[in-house]
Design a protein around this ligand. Structure first.
Ligand SMILES: [Zn+2]
Length: 438
C-alpha cells in the first residue's frame, strides 16, 4: 500500500481503486501507456503466492526509472498496461491460499460470490483486454517431465472448452509463451514447464480466455538454492517484461503454435532430499530403501533464518523420482539416533553441548525438562524431545527423519530433521534442529 500510495501522488501511473476485499482492503489498478492494445496483469489471487507481486512492483519501478526511456516510450505508444497486484490481500495477510470467505478465488469465476472475483471480472470486462497475465506460484516439487530440473517457471495457455480447441485468442497466448520460453532458456535452461491444460469451467484463466482475452498463466515453482524465491522473482520480471515488448512489437506473431507443445509438461517427482539405496534391517531381514524427504517451512516470528520441519514423503523404489539434493547411501546401514544420557533442564543447557562429538557417537536426541510451549524449531543440529520420548526403530512415511547412516557400526552421516550432516569432513554449520513434544 505505501508503494501504491507513492504512485498515487505521481502522474506517471493512473491509479484507481477498483474494489475492496471482504475484510475491507483496497484493490488498486495501476495503468500506464497510450497504446491500442490493452494488457491486463493480476497477481496473488492465491494469498500465499507472492512471487509475481514482487515482480510487478519491479516492473513498475523499471517503468518509473530513468533508463531505457526510448524503448519504454516506443512500447507505451503501442500498449496500455494495467496492473492489479495482490488480488487477495486478506489471504496474503495470513499467507494462505484462500480468501476470507474460505474459498479459492480461482473457482469463483462463474458464481462470482467474492468481491475479489467480482473485481477481477469487472476490470477484465471494462478493459476488454487483448492480453491477460494470470500470475501464480506452484509447488516447488514440480519438475519438468523426465528430468530432475525443477519447473521454476511453468506456462499455460488455458483451454476455453473441454475439447481444448485452439482459436486465435488462445493461439496468440500460445505463441507468446513460445517466445517467453525461448528467452527463459537462456537464463534457466531446462527449468521451464507446461502446466496441464484440462479445462476447468470455474477457473478465471479458462474463462478469461473464453471471454476473448489471450490469457497466459505463469506459475513460479522452485529453484535450487532459492528458498526466498528472489532469483525466481528476477525470472518473472524478465519474462513478463519481454512478453510486453513482444506484444508491443507483435513479435509473437511469427512464433509457431506447434512449438508450444514441445515445452515439457510439469511432473511432480521432486523431493527436497532423496536418499537412495539405504540398507534397512527389519525383524532380522535386510531391505533396500530409497527415501523421499521434504522440508516444510515453519512459521517463526522475529527470526532471520528460515526453519523447516521435515517429514518422510515416500519410501521404497524411488528410482523414477529426483531430489534437489541426493545422497547415495548404498552400502550404508540405517541406524536410529540415540538419546543423550542426561536430561537437561532447558534449551540453554542444550546449546552448550558439543554437537559433533554427540553425532560421532550416534546421538541425535536430547531430552529437556522445560520445553518452550510456543516454538517447534531449534537452531542447533539436534532434535530436542520431551522426557518420555521413545526413539522409533522403524522408518515410516510421515515421520521426522532423524537417524544415522553407518558402516560397520560407525556413523558417517547424521540425518537430523531431514538434513544430511556429513561427519567425516569439516564440521557442518547446519542449524535446523527440531523440538518434538511427546
Ligand atoms: Zn495459484
Amino acid at each position: 500500500m505505501p508503494v501504491i500510495q507513492k504512485w498515487q501522488n505521481d502522474d506517471l501511473f493512473e491509479v484507481n481503486q477498483v474494489g475492496t476485499s471482504i475484510e475491507g482492503r483496497d484493490l488498486y489498478l495501476l495503468s500506464i501507456g497510450s497504446g491500442e492494445t490493452d494488457v491486463f496483469l493480476w497477481s496473488q489471487m492465491h494469498g500465499d503466492e507472492s512471487t509475481a507481486t514482487m515482480a510487478i512492483f519491479d516492473i513498475l519501478n523499471f517503468l518509473a526509472h530513468d533508463s531505457f526511456q526510448k524503448e519504454k516510450e516506443t512500447m507505451l505508444k503501442k500498449v496500455k498496461l494495467h496492473f492489479l497486484p495482490m488480488l487477495n490481500p486478506d489471504g496474503a495477510e495470513v499467507f494462505q491460499r484462500r480468501n476470507s470467505l474460505g474459498i479459492d478465488v480461482n473457482r469463483d469465476a462463474l458464481r462470482l460470490q467474492s468481491p475479489e472475483a467480482k473485481t477481477l471480472k469487472r476490470v477484465r470486462d471494462s478493459l476488454e483486454a487483448d492480453f491477460g497475465f494470470n500470475l501464480h506460484d506452484q509447488s516447488r516439487y514440480y519438475n519438468t517431465e523426465g528430468s530432475e530440473n525443477p519447473a521454476t517457471i511453468s506456462f499455460l495457455a488455458p483451454a476455453y472448452n473441454y475439447e481444448k480447441s485452439i482459436n486465435d485468442v488462445r493461439g496468440n497466448a500460445m505463441k507468446l509463451i513460445v517466445q517467453m520460453n525461448q528467452l527463459l532458456q537462456e537464463f534457466a535452461p531446462g527449468n521451464v514447464g507446461r502446466y496441464n491444460d484440462d479445462f476447468e469451467p470455474r477457473a478465471f484463466g479458462d474463462n478469461i480466455q473464453k471471454w476473448g482475452t489471450s490469457t497466459i498463466l505463469i506459475e513460479s515453482g522452485g529453484f535450487s538454492g532459492d528458498p526466498e524465491k528472489q532469483e525466481i522473482r528476477k525470472l518473472n520480471f524478465l519474462t513478463i517484461l519481454s512478453a510486453i515488448f513482444s506484444i508491443a512489437e507483435e513479435e509473437y506473431e511469427s512464433m509457431a503454435i506447434a512449438d508450444y507443445s514441445k515445452i515439457p509438461e510439469n511432473d511432480s517427482k521432486l523431493y527436497d532430499l532423496k536418499i537412495k539405496g539405504l540398507q534397512y534391517a527389519l525383524f532380522g531381514e535386510q531391505y533396500i530403501l530409497d527415501l523421499g524427504i521434504n522440508h516444510s517451512e515453519v512459521y517463526t516470528q522475529n527470526e532471520k533464518q528460515l526453519f523447516y520441519r521435515s517429514y518422510i514423503a515416500d519410501q521404497g523404489d524411488l528410482s523414477t523420482n529426483f531430489g534437489y539434493n541426493t545422497l547415495d547411501a548404498s552400502g550404508f546401514d540405517f541406524e536410529p539416533g540415540k538419546i543423550y544420557a542426561e536430561v537437561l533442564p532447558n534449551l540453554d543447557a542444550v546449546e552448550k553441548l558439543n554437537f559433533s562429538d554427540l553425532h560421532s557417537k550416534g546421538v541425535a536426541y536430547v531430552r529437556v525438562q522445560n520445553l518452550p510451549k510456543d516454538r517447534s524449531y531449534f537452531n542447533y543440529p539436534i532434535v530436542v524431545v520431551g522426557e518420555n520420548f521413545k526413539v522409533s526403530e522403524e522408518i515410516k512415511v510421515g515421520m521426522n527423519p532423524t537417524f544415522f547412516l553407518t558402516k560397520a557400526g560407525k556413523p558417517h552421516y547424521a540425518v537430523i530433521n531431514g538434513f544430511v550432516v556429513p561427519l567425516d569432513g569439516e564440521a557442518s554449520n547446519f542449524r535446523n534442529g527440531f523440538i518434538i513434544r511427546n
